[in-house]
Design a protein around this ligand. Structure first.
Ligand SMILES: [Zn+2]
Ligand SMILES: [Zn+2]
Length: 142
């Protein structure tokens, strides 16, 4: 029962506990190492911003949890970070915050699976981003 609630969106036990845990920091570091070991630089799934590009102003990428299925807590209260690679999604801080504002603030997502809501919102954000780009082009030409 406790485990089920972990899959809901906006669980405060995660933001207050897990996301500040040593286990999560190590898992996060390993995620970036794995991508770089494949010769790629992780970028925001919406706008493509990379940590390298943002380094000047100390920008770092967030990893959004598409699923918390790999996260668990032992009886003694120790966090276990066994997320699958694809359960984590790189996002710049701005897009990550926008995703959570939509996911956590909209009634229509409450009954949704976190993964389904994430994909829907990211698709929406990419579309919005593309529209914004088009507007810029138009303004430049005008
Ligand atoms: Zn972004
Ligand atoms: Zn997130």
């Amino acid at each position: 029962m406790a485990r089920l609630s972990l899959h809901r969106t906006g669980n405060s036990d995660y933001s207050r506990g897990y996301l500040r845990s040593r286990a999560w920091f190590a898992r996060r570091r390993r995620w970036f190492e794995e991508v770089r070991a494949m010769g790629m630089e992780p970028g925001c799934v919406v706008c493509g911003m990379t940590e390298a590009a943002g380094r000047q102003d100390q920008v770092s990428l967030d990893l959004h949890h598409v699923s918390y299925a790999g996260v668990d807590k032992t009886e003694s209260g120790r966090w276990i970070a066994a997320e699958e690679h694809q359960d984590l999604m790189p996002m710049c801080r701005g897009h990550h915050q926008r995703l959570h504002r939509m996911m956590d603030g909209r009634k229509e997502f409450y009954g949704w699976d976190r993964e389904r809501a994430t994909i829907w919102i990211i698709t929406h954000l990419i579309r919005t981003e593309e529209t914004a780009d088009t507007d810029d082009e138009t303004r430049k030409d005008a």
